[in-house]
Design a protein around this ligand. Structure first.
Ligand code: NAD
Length: 460
């Protein structure tokens, strides 16, 4: 990136600050109007979005429709339905000591926001935060991922066609473009991507004391207890793990199964894979791995264990079969790094205590899944294992309920969004006390002769 690009970025961000200062983005009618416009834009670009993600990594139409297109529309619709209510100043209680006054919380936009997105759901992960930013009345600069260049270009075209860049703009490019953007002063930064880069983003944000949301990754365990309904568990795990070829931040990263049901579960997993993907993989309906570097990284994981099922792959197209991997150890690379691909290592445990101890010895996961018929086991795991979010007897579905805030904890991130949480996240909560001037209690002032005595009496 040359100096010119840095100047362009600096000019763009300055123009957004000036436009925000004019105040136009704040009114409810403007925000609703822009969300409607965004909806129109997404609908107008439906086929181009689907085509772009297919060209980027052969994402199947079924998966793209569900996870890129319709999820964004659902989020816009929900925002449109509730925005008026969520935007109202909220009245809260006021203590007796403040007699004569009323207290309110006002939601106000931060200003100019930066959204940095990854490649794995390249449209959805750039647009979903934008919906929150617009709903709250902010301006936004979006930096989509360079690893999904067709989608990145489609987002840039769509935004440029429907919005002035003083309000919403797209800056395309790689880490260098991101780094140049991060030198600017933003009022809020929303970053989705790896934990490693998340750290760099937070360091850069510290220079301007800009608040950040970090949506990061990590290893999300999927625990299957001995009393689980294995048929259902197998279908749901296979669906969730191999959706987008495992390139999902909340995919079950590894299976942790009670030893007594492992063989039974493995057989059912194989049957589920064949039912869902068996023939499709050969006709190219299975999503591909995004690039050679990731493909080769995944290949090396196969050396860490014994392939129970799958393992087949085509280097040229970067098609990688759904793969079950046994005989892996916690020290292996496949168990130390986020897999982010269609390889499912299977480990066994003998007691719930052992499983919880092992999971708790790692950093707090973005998601955790537990399959069990026991309420007591569910309660115990929920009480004793910290994680971003997750499901009991399912995988991934918590992410697509817009009434559940979505985010990580510890190394898997900070802050949460979707639905109301997105509006809240992109709004500063301004606390205001409105006092009466009809009377004035003298004892609050130090010169009043019995002030301290009265105050002590009052607070007692
Ligand atoms: P990444 O961190 O490599 O890239 C994400 C974005 O950051 C891209 O736009 C990229 O250009 C930019 N970037 C890269 N290097 C940078 C640098 N040095 N400084 C500033 N910006 C930089 O992540 P990725 O490979 O695109 O995505 C995969 C990761 O994202 C996985 O760890 C996955 O779990 C995580 N993820 C998390 C969520 C979530 O919602 N929590 C969702 C999707 C993906």
């Amino acid at each position: 990136m040359g100096e010119l690009m840095e100047q362009d970025i600096n000019g763009l961000v300055s123009r957004q600050h000036s436009y925000f200062a004019e105040g136009e983005t704040r009114s409810l009618s403007f925000r609703i109007g822009q969300l409607r416009r965004l909806k129109e834009a997404v609908q107008g670009y439906e086929s181009r979005i689907m085509e772009a993600v297919r060209r980027d990594f052969n994402k199947s139409e079924y998966e793209s429709y569900l996870s890129e297109y319709s999820s964004v529309l659902m989020e816009i619709n929900l925002m449109l339905r509730h925005l008026a209510k969520w935007s109202k100043p909220a009245r809260v209680r006021t203590p007796m000591t403040h007699l004569g006054s009323r207290s309110y919380i006002y939601a106000e936009p931060y200003g100019v926001t930066l959204i940095i997105a990854p490649w794995n759901y390249p449209f959805q992960l750039a647009l979903a935060p934008l919906i929150g930013a617009v709903a709250a009345g902010n301006c936004a600069v979006i930096k989509p991922s360079e690893l999904a260049p067709h989608t990145s270009q489609t987002i840039a075209d769509m935004i440029a066609e429907y919005f002035p860049d003083t309000y919403i703009a797209v800056v395309q490019g790689d880490a260098e473009a991101s780094t140049a953007l991060l030198k600017e002063r933003f009022d809020y930064i929303f970053y989705t991507g790896s934990t490693h880069v998340g750290r760099l983003v937070m360091q850069a944000a510290a220079d301007h004391l800009t608040p950040v949301t970090l949506e990061l990754g990590g290893k999300s365990p999927c625990i299957v207890h001995h009393d689980a309904r294995l048929d259902v568990a197998a279908m749901r795990i296979v669906w969730g793990k191999f959706f987008n070829a495992g390139q999902t931040c909340v995919a079950p990263d590894y299976l942790y199964v009670h030893r007594s049901v492992k063989d039974d579960l493995v057989n059912k997993l194989i049957r589920a894979i064949e039912e869902m993907h068996g023939e499709r993989i050969s006709i190219g309906e299975f999503t591909h791995i995004v690039n050679d570097r990731h493909f080769e990284r995944l290949e090396t994981y196969l050396e860490d264990g014994k392939i129970i099922y799958g393992g087949g792959r085509h280097k040229d197209s970067r098609l990688f079969e759904p793969t079950l991997l046994g005989e892996v150890k916690w020290e292996d690379r496949v168990m130390r790094e986020e897999i982010f691909g269609p390889i499912l290592p299977i480990l066994e445990y003998d007691s719930l205590e052992e499983a919880m101890r092992q999971v708790n010895s790692k950093s707090k996961p973005l998601a955790l899944y537990l399959f069990t018929e026991s309420q007591a086991v569910q309660d115990r795991v929920l009480r004793e294992i910290p994680f971003g979010g997750g499901c009991m007897n399912d995988v991934i579905y918590h992410l697509v309920n817009p009434h559940l805030p979505f985010g990580g904890v510890g190394e898997s991130g900070m802050g949460a969004y979707h639905g109301r949480a997105s509006f809240d996240l992109f709004s500063h909560k301004k606390s205001v006390l409105k006092q009466t001037t009809r009377f004035d209690f003298k004892f609050r002032y130090p010169h009043y002769k019995n002030a301290l005595k009265l105050l002590k009496k009052f607070y007692r």
